[in-house]
Write a protein that binds this ligand. Structure first.
Ligand code: SF4
Ligand code: SF4
Length: 173
């Protein structure tokens, strides 16, 4: 019987689809072919423990099988919290969070950002807050009680910087 340690594992175990090769070329996606579909990532994942819809092993499998459109149009790759717990436990050192980041990069380039994330960034660009009504009258009162400035106008400066740094047409001076 051979001693199957991490260092002795072969590099590529999986069938490689065109989509898997595309992910492999994307920064962060390099290790996808090492996956042996053992399922340890799903067993370790907190998001997977909250919803049966999210199964990191299955997502990797779909990439390996070339289900490009299904993966890119799905909101599931966006649910990874990049906690890296799965990566700590993966015997093949597959960087799942990086792979899902690579998937999201391609999806974003092709216009497949899920509406909930799109709405969030639009809200941030509008007034600097991630949620509607995130800053309420109550918080304003609380800040006054604590002797803090209730005017969060500085958030507009933050918004301008974000637009200038990451978006075309930013009007930051
Ligand atoms: S733990 Fe690693 S090898 Fe196992 S299914 Fe997940 S990514 Fe693949
Ligand atoms: S990095 Fe993503 S897939 Fe891995 S355990 Fe954390 S949330 Fe789950």
């Amino acid at each position: 019987m051979t001693d199957q340690t991490k260092t002795e594992s072969p590099i590529n175990h999986a069938p490689s689809s065109g989509f898997a090769k595309e992910i492999e070329q994307e920064p962060g996606g390099e290790g996808i072919m090492k996956c042996i579909q053992c399922g340890m990532c799903t067993a370790s994942c907190m998001v997977a423990s909250m919803t049966e819809r999210y199964r990191p092993r299955k997502l990797i499998q779909k990439i390996l099988l070339g289900k490009r459109e299904e993966v890119l149009t799905s909101e599931l790759p966006w649910l990874c919290m990049t906690c890296k717990l799965c990566e700590e436990r993966c015997q093949e050192d597959v960087d799942l969070s990086q792979i899902f980041t690579a998937v999201r990069e391609i999806a974003a380039r092709e216009g497949y950002v899920p509406p909930v994330f799109q709405n969030t960034i639009e809200k941030v660009l509008e007034d600097g807050w991630m949620l509607n009504d995130a800053y309420t009258d109550f918080e304003e009162d609380d800040r006054s009680d604590l002797g803090l400035d209730p005017d969060l106008g500085w958030n507009n400066e933050f918004t301008k910087k974000i637009k200038k740094r990451y978006f075309k047409g930013g009007d930051a001076k």
